[in-house]
Design a protein. Structure first.
Length: 128
């Protein structure tokens, strides 16, 4: 399928070929198979510019290398939440709108062994 991007790329390739011919009187090697070259260039464009690397800088959390590594369980939990709808602000028991902080409040109560004396919203405001 010829898309505007393919047309633009073909025009760029024509310009490149003309420049090479002007300079060296020979065709670029890729002129043997334009379709293959277009496919290769479009494939390269579609690839993410972000690539995995190994941090050998000596800096544990290098800000130029993205974020800190996460536990596999955390990565899987995020991936699962992105694959399907979740009950972020929906209460299944009441079949209606819930509170996004409810799960966190329950977890904090379980960890601390206490009941929440103030709402999480109030706590959040105090923290900022």
């Amino acid at each position: 399928m010829v898309t505007p991007r393919v047309v633009e790329l073909l025009r760029q390739m024509l310009d490149e070929a003309r420049e090479v011919i002007r300079g060296s009187q020979t065709l670029p090697a890729w002129c043997e198979n334009w379709a293959q070259e277009v496919d290769a260039r479009l494939t390269k464009e579609a690839q993410s510019a972000l690539r995995p690397v190994i941090n050998l800088t000596g800096t544990v959390l290098h800000t130029n290398l993205g974020r800190a590594l996460q536990a596999e369980a955390a990565v899987e939990a995020v991936a699962q939440a992105m694959r399907s709808p979740v009950t972020l602000e929906y209460d299944l028991d009441d079949a209606g709108r819930g509170h996004r902080d409810r799960a966190l409040a329950q977890l904090l109560c379980r960890i601390t062994g206490r009941k929440m004396p103030v709402s999480l919203i109030t706590m959040r405001r105090r923290c900022y």
